[in-house]
Every structure is written in structure tokens, then in C-alpha cells.
Design a protein around this ligand. Structure first.
Ligand code: 9WN
Length: 435
């Protein structure tokens, strides 16, 4: 059973790997290279084809901008199955963008530091992977330098995202109150995703108006970070994004110590780390909700909802033992009933929860993967095992979909997952989870 699934997972990754040296998240729906997908995909390859893992990372890092920024999508090819493409995003507007690779002008969660460390841990030939890390780690360091110098206007050690696509959790109900502060024009555009996927599982056209409008504002200012910080109607400190940054800082400290030298970089990373962790627990921990929350920096107010991102700080060692106990209790109470698969992407007890619609409720394997390792680190082995077995049960029951209904009863009447099928990070992280 496991062997068959592993073979299927490898086949998906192999088939989604492209000649240009990168892996698409899934055929049709996502025909380019995505930043955080690439990190997760590299981990899957690392278990059976380290050369491809290295190539995946290298191709993404080649698209880095001169200011250290790494874009969320690299448009390696032309494709008419995705909107909005390179003509809409126009990364060339930024003076320091990478003119060899058209891309978006926004980013995604910083997973590359901890992905490099994981590749080293998985590697049989440590010397070979260490050599690769030596050649590439400074690019990831420069990316963190970009975040701390350009994305933290109040110098808090917490970086902002200026677009919901930067969060990776695109249409989460977390953003609904921000959309209510905006009134974007109605755009004329042809959606491609809703031709490929049941529209009830994807964001609405009106939501896309908001997404496009934020990009237009950034483009009017050539993607200038300072202007975006001043003007973007969406400016959020996201616990998932910042937890990824902190986890990757830690990974880079470990790797630089293995490499030797680099004292200045280690010192800088440790300084960022201390500041970020302190601010994180001060600003993003909501004791009353018993969870980490998002902060709306534009409107200066906390976004007081619980989502799967609320538990991601476990993966980065951010909560104290007491805070960990509290947030895990919140998770099990709200998300962990016997009738549910862990872990819904949004609070199932909230009226905004929708078990079928993208990031408004379904289970996502990448968040489960983080949760599994975070729970283990804090000694919650039984709950960690449940997250793992819920994930593998879903994958073996219906296949390597993009997201899954968290309600067990849903599978009495339908036998499928949602969004794209043969989805790369579901396959890649399965291979990592079972190893
Ligand atoms: C926009 C590729 C990406 C993931 C995101 C997921 C989805 C894109 C879209 O697909 O977003 O970036 O077009 O909906 O939300 O997390 O990286 O798999």
C-alpha cells in the first residue's frame, strides 16, 4: 500500500518536472514555478533523486532579484492556462528585478532556509549536498536581509506581506474584513482556473478584483517597497510567513556553523532571530483566543480568527511550553473532533468556515506537514501521529489532490479531493512524512 503510494508520488513529481529544471505544482492549473511549492518539492526529490532537488532550488535561486527578493512565480514559459500571467504582473517595472526571468513582483513564505537544512539531513552523501549549500546559502541569506530591511517599516522583527497571494493562503476568511475596506474597480478578465476546476472550489471573480487592484497599486509605483508599505490597502503581519522566516533563520544558523566561518552572518541571523521571536510572542499571540493570529498593519488592528496558520509557530519553536499547550488545546477543541480530519485551514466553529472552498476550510498537506514536525518537537507525539495518519489516509483514499474536505462524513457521498489532481507538494511531502 505505502509502496504503491510512494511510487505514485514519485511518478507525479517526475511527470511534473520540466525540462527547464523546475517542477510545476500541477498540470494545467499551475504551469510555472512557485516559490514555496519549489521548496517542498525539493524535499520530495531529496528522498530519491538529490540532483533534481538541487536543480529545483538552483533554478528558483537563479531568478532572484538584485535586491535579494525572490518572486512567488517565475514564468519560465508562455502559457495560456493561467491568469494573471507575466503581462499583467510586469516584474520588469522594478529597477532591480531579474531581467532574465519574468516573474511576479510579490513573494511567498520563506521556506528555502529550512528546505536546504532538510536536504542536508536527508542526504546520504553529506559532502556533496554541503558543497551545494555552500554555493547557494548566501542567496537565501540575502533574501532574509531583503525581508528585514525592506518589509519591516516599524523595525519590529516582524515582516509584512502586501498581498494575499504572498501568504500562500489566498482566499482565507482572514482577509474578508480587509476586502470590506476596499472598493476596487470591476476588472474585465478571463479566469483560466475556473475553466479547469469547479468554481465553487476557487475564489470568486469579485475577490480577484481585489487581488488585481493591489497589484495595480504596486505597479503604479514600480513595485517600490517603501511606496507599497505606504499605500497598499493590504499590509499584514502573518504568523505563518513569519514563522517560516524564523524557522529558516534557525536552519541557516545551523548550516553556517557546519560550513564554518561566516561569523558575521551568524551574528546577524541570531540578532534577527531574538528580535523576531520576542515580537512574535508579544504581538501575534492572543491569550484570550489561545492561538497565534494575524495583524492588519494597514488598519492597525489584530485579525482575531483561528486558522491552521495559527499553529504553524510550533514548527519554528516559537511558543513557550505553556503557549504550546494552550494552542494545541485550541486546535484539538475546535479542529480535532472525531468527525474531522486534522487540520482544517480555517476554524470549523466559525461561520466563515467552508469545507470545500480552497483556503476557507479544506485540509492542505503542507500545513499538516509543518504541524506534524512542530507537534513532535514539543513532545505531542500522539497528536502528531494523528496528523500524519489523517494526511496519509486522505491521500490513499482519494489521491494526491491539492486540498481535501476535513469532514469525514463528506466521503460517504463523494470520493475525491479538491482543486488540482496529481499535485506536486502533496506527493513530495508524503514522501517526506513516511520517511
Ligand atoms: C496563486 C501553487 C499555488 C500555491 C498557493 C495556492 C495557489 C495561486 C493561485 O497555488 O495560489 O499563487 O493561482 O491560486 O494558494 O499556496 O503556492 O500551488
Amino acid at each position: 500500500m505505502t509502496t504503491d503510494l510512494s511510487q505514485e508520488a514519485r511518478q507525479i513529481l517526475n511527470e511534473n518536472f520540466q525540462n527547464g529544471g523546475y517542477t510545476i505544482p500541477c498540470k494545467g492549473l499551475y504551469p510555472f514555478q512557485w516559490k514555496w511549492d519549489s521548496g517542498f518539492i525539493a524535499l520530495g526529490f531529496a528522498h530519491y533523486d538529490m540532483e533534481k532537488a538541487k536543480t529545483e532550488m538552483k533554478t528558483l535561486l537563479d531568478a532572484q532579484w538584485e535586491n535579494g527578493f525572490i518572486p512567488h512565480i517565475v514564468f519560465h514559459v508562455n502559457s495560456d492556462t493561467y491568469f494573471p500571467g507575466p503581462d499583467f504582473h510586469q516584474s520588469e517595472l522594478h529597477p532591480l528585478s531579474n531581467k532574465n526571468y519574468p516573474s511576479t513582483g510579490m513573494t511567498q513564505p520563506p521556506v528555502l532556509g529550512f528546505t536546504l537544512e532538510k536536504m542536508y539531513q536527508i542526504a546520504e552523501d553529506k559532502a556533496d549536498v554541503l558543497q551545494f549549500i555552500k554555493e547557494n546559502i548566501d542567496k537565501v541569506y540575502d533574501n532574509h536581509h531583503y525581508f528585514y530591511t525592506k518589509r519591516d517599516p516599524q523595525n519590529e522583527g516582524l515582516v509584512y506581506i502586501y498581498h494575499n497571494w504572498e501568504s500562500g493562503t489566498d482566499n482565507s476568511p482572514l482577509w474578508d474584513d480587509i476586502w470590506a475596506t476596499m472598493n476596487p474597480p470591476t476588472y474585465t478578465f478571463v479566469r483560466k482556473d475556473t475553466k479547469l476546476i469547479d468554481p465553487s472550489e476557487r475564489p470568486s471573480n469579485r475577490e480577484y478584483d481585489h487581488y488585481l487592484h493591489i497589484i495595480d497599486i504596486a505597479k503604479e509605483h514600480n513595485y517600490d517597497d517603501q511606496k507599497i508599505a505606504e499605500l497598499s490597502p493590504f499590509l499584514v503581519q502573518d504568523p505563518l510567513f513569519n514563522a517560516m522566516l524564523i524557522k529558516s533563520n534557525e536552519a541557516m544558523i545551523n548550516l553556517y556553523k557546519i560550513i564554518g566561518g561566516n561569523e558575521d552572518k551568524i551574528a546577524q541571523l541570531e540578532q534577527w532571530q531574538a528580535k523576531s521571536k520576542a515580537s512574535f510572542n508579544k504581538k501575534l499571540y492572543d491569550a484570550e483566543l489561545g492561538a497565534y493570529i494575524h495583524y492588519d498593519l494597514r488598519n492597525e488592528k489584530p485579525i482575531r480568527f483561528v486558522s491552521s496558520s495559527s499553529f504553524s509557530p510550533l514548527f519554528a519553536g516559537i511558543p513557550s511550553k505553556e503557549q504550546a499547550a494552550t494552542i494545541i488545546n485550541t486546535m484539538m477543541t475546535k479542529f480535532g473532533g472525531d468527525d474531522m480530519y486534522l487540520c482544517a485551514s480555517f476554524d470549523p466553529t466559525n461561520e466563515r468556515f467552508n469545507p470545500k472552498k480552497y483556503w476557507r476550510g479544506p485540509v492542505w498537506i503542507n500545513l499538516n506537514w509543518m504541524l506534524y514536525f512542530g507537534l513532535k518537537d514539543y513532545g505531542y507525539n500522539e497528536i502528531a501521529e494523528r496528523v500524519k495518519s489523517d494526511s496519509t489516509e486522505l491521500l490513499s483514499k482519494v489521491g494526491f489532490y491539492e486540498y481535501f474536505n476535513p469532514l469525514k462524513s463528506a466521503y460517504d457521498t463523494e470520493n475525491k479531493g479538491y482543486g488540482g489532481g496529481n499535485f506536486s507538494w502533496s506527493a513530495a511531502l508524503y514522501l517526506d512524512l513516511i520517511n
